[in-house]
Design a protein around this ligand. Structure first.
Ligand SMILES: C[S@@+](CC[C@H](N)C(=O)[O-])C[C@H]1O[C@@H](n2cnc3c(N)ncnc32)[C@H](O)[C@@H]1O
Ligand code: FES
Length: 451
């Protein structure tokens, strides 16, 4: 049985550098091009595009198979894609010049490869070598550090329309030799291209990392660069049980990048939260630790009847005011400077939001916030927590478990928490109904209702 007219399998088996593989011959670029071409020709309902592991034909990569007929292609490159989609997937005529139909040779190659591979793995295992998976995880900081340094130096902007290492080095006030090493590594990581001695941005780098681009993420990502320094102190933090202060903590640059980082995540999630909660009957919202104000802005835009109040610390309120003003919703969103751990919340709110807040605080602090929020809500009001929610045994999802450590190195007593914990604390605070709303992406909502 074949539910699709065509089912494509493209090999994307990663192998250690230097060993022939389909990704090393460009299978990811082929996969992207196939996806775009299939969509562009409106064939996506008839064609299923799937990645697959090694088929033992690695020297002939990139390799792909088209079922149900079982047509094998080898040495496929980006420029071949349009022909494969247009001729084979639309008109059912395989592209003969790329088809590989020497079944006995293919089988012999695959069997030989399988045997060699198993022998090589057994030899590595016998020699006690570290598995690639562990090695890659351990050295995972290297690509990350290259990109963060490039962002800190605003290197992608300096690359401009193309320049050599010396020119780029001068523009970013860096040593030319070292700049060249970083530029070459970024080419190896696929974030720049090099022709002759000149470097250019890839379309992706130009879009996401260059100042002036509409989708530039650099400012928000500089927050990740700042956090790097905290993660470097994790060993001390694990020993002592809390964060270790670092030099750049709390500087104006830090705060601006932090709020830009929050905005980067929140602006796309905010409409999803508004949709999940709805605006029917909602008049007043308190946005505790509102940050860039993305959630209040989204509610204000969704309904002219909603009034939001953002409560945040002294350093952040002026930044939030900029975002609110730019969004043109000053009439519906007001700002209050304060400390949510101490200050009175007020009363009569229909919704109190805690977006990405609870992980900063200890269990006791969260319980206290929930209790005071319960008193500040109107009848039928809702307390909404948005956060990375841990499984009951706290070992996953991976993002939430890692984020818990982000809070260890960043806060006095914060952590990621489980649904069970949030539910328990809300019930103890007097919320009668507590439910979880799944959102696309890494965080979910826990909603406590006052009856
Ligand atoms: C992780 S950010 C979340 C921002 C925003 N809710 C969002 O999801 O984009 C935490 C926010 O809480 C604010 N904050 C931290 N401690 C606070 C406190 N004690 N009182 C008020 N705001 C606080 C921070 O300034 C920051 O804006
Ligand atoms: S890596 Fe693709 S066939 Fe082996």
């Amino acid at each position: 049985m074949e539910p699709f007219r065509f089912h494509l399998f493209v090999c994307t088996q990663q192998k250690p550098e230097g060993i022939p593989s389909c990704p090393a011959s460009g299978s990811f670029a082929v996969l992207d091009a196939l996806d775009r071409e299939i969509q562009a020709r409106g064939l996506n309902h008839d064609v299923q595009l799937t990645t697959c592991g090694c088929m033992g034909l690695c020297d002939e990569g990139p390799v792909m198979v088209v079922y149900p007929a079982g047509v094998w292609y080898r040495h496929v490159q980006g420029p071949d894609v349009s022909e494969i989609v247009g001729t084979h997937l639309r008109d059912d005529k395989p592209v003969d010049r790329l088809v590989w139909n020497d079944a006995p040779a293919m089988k012999a190659m695959s069997v030989e490869h399988g045997e060699k591979f198993r022998a090589a793995m057994a030899a590595r295992d016998k020699a006690g070598m570290l598995p690639d998976r562990l090695d890659q995880m351990i050295r995972g900081y290297m690509p990350s550090r290259c990109i963060l340094t490039a962002l800190e130096l605003d290197l992608f902007t300096a690359v401009g329309d193309g320049a050599n290492a010396e020119q780029i080095g001068m523009r970013i006030h860096a040593n030319a030799r070292a700049a060249g090493m970083l530029l070459n590594a970024l080419v190896a990581l696929g974030l720049l291209v090099k022709s002759g001695v000149d470097y250019r941005n890839t379309p992706e780098s130009a879009r996401f990392f260059v100042q002036g681009s509409k989708d530039n993420h650099r400012n928000g990502l500089l927050h990740t660069a700042n956090i790097w320094h905290r993660w470097s102190k994790m060993t001390d933090a694990v020993r002592t049980g809390t964060r270790v202060a670092i030099d750049r903590d709390g500087t104006p640059d830090w705060t601006r990048n932090f709020i830009a980082g929050m905005q980067r995540n929140a602006k796309d999630r905010a409409p999803l939260v508004v949709k999940a909660l709805g605006t029917t009957g909602v008049r007043r919202i308190l946005d505790l630790g509102g940050g860039s104000g993305a959630y209040s802005i989204a509610f204000a835009k969704a309904s002219p009847d909603v009034q939001c109040e953002i409560l945040d610390i002294l350093e952040v309120v002026p930044l939030a005011a900029e975002y609110v003003s730019q969004a043109g919703v000053l009439a519906q969103v007001s700002l209050r400077t304060g400390d949510m751990l101490q200050d009175d919340f007020g009363s009569g709110y229909d919704i109190i939001m805690l977006n990405a807040i609870c992980h900063m605080f200890s269990e006791e602090q969260n319980r206290d916030i929930f209790r005071r929020a319960r008193q500040a809500l109107a009848p039928k009001g809702r307390l909404v927590v948005q956060d990375f929610i841990l499984n009951p045994d706290k070992t996953g999802p991976q993002h939430a478990a890692l984020f818990s450590l982000n809070m260890l190195v960043s806060t006095d007593a914060g952590a990621s928490y489980s649904e069970l914990e949030y539910t328990h604390w809300m019930k103890a605070a007097g919320f009668t109904e507590v439910s979880r709303i799944s959102l696309p992406g890494p965080s979910d909502l826990i909603v406590g209702l006052v009856k």
